[in-house]
Design a protein around this ligand. Sequence first.
Ligand SMILES: [Zn+2]
Length: 324
Amino acid sequence: MISKLIIFRVLFLSITLLPGLSLLAQKTDSLIGAEYVDKSLYKTREVLPDVYGVPEANLEKNLVQVKGNLYRHTNGTLPALHSGLVLITKEGAIVIDPALTQAAIWLNDEIKKRFNVPVKYVILTHGHYDHAGGSQIFQQAGAKVIVQKNGLEAIIGEKLPVAVPDIVYEKQLTIKLGSETVILNHIAPSHSNNMSVVTFPGYKAMQLTDIGESNTMPYNDFLDFYYDGWIETLDWALKQDVNYIDVGHYTPATLENIKDLREYMIDLHAQVLSLVRQGQSWDQLYRNVKFSNKVKKWGGFDSMSKLNIAGMYRWVTNHRRGVW
Ligand SMILES: [Zn+2]
């Protein structure tokens, strides 16, 4: 009797659920590798003031086509420019790094106006305020915000005035939306421990924010820096079949630029390590690091070169011991 009842219930449920299942099958929107955040845990969290949220009428903002449905948004002017890729699909848009609240307000409206689709996903390349800022604007309008798992702690812990992410992932997350595919990859700690390198297989394009450079110097003293993982990430990037790389700033890079950057960082690390092992103090050491003529021509060389040495010196001295 009981077993008959169970069979009846299973049959009944299958018949009533089937139309729903076939509807689901028709939807092309899917995420592979996603974990969903319980945002209620952070409802009363404290946030710092959104210092770049103040409207600035003179801020330059652009959304330009890269190829096909792939676009690049920028705000600010060189060298103080932030950027991210945007993919427009018939089922909605995917935006990488809004970067500033005031730019996000504009970008959200611009996408709606030009393409008549909502923003469905906002990908944060990492949980730093200057790239994640403005994500709350898209979330309030219905988009889901995604960050690599370690980024959640950084956003909450640093009290960043940005969206609490809806979705996190560990190593890889694939988004399928409107017959397009976008892949988020967490290779290793590099510039922060929560970097996502995003690839667009249909466009041979990559988002390599704050890890890649385009004939420009890495920023300041390598803040939030992991040297080993950075090289590992560059090695991974160099193996990808891409010909358009947005680095989140400046102008887009080529694989050749990424190769040059890798060479520069390995050389800087080797020089600093060797000088430290010779017993040189900081005061001696920073005067003895040599830069190639190629690197001397990179954007920001004059302001960043000594800071780069300082950052590498900090990493090197934190990762050696000697006889004791
Ligand atoms: Zn950053």
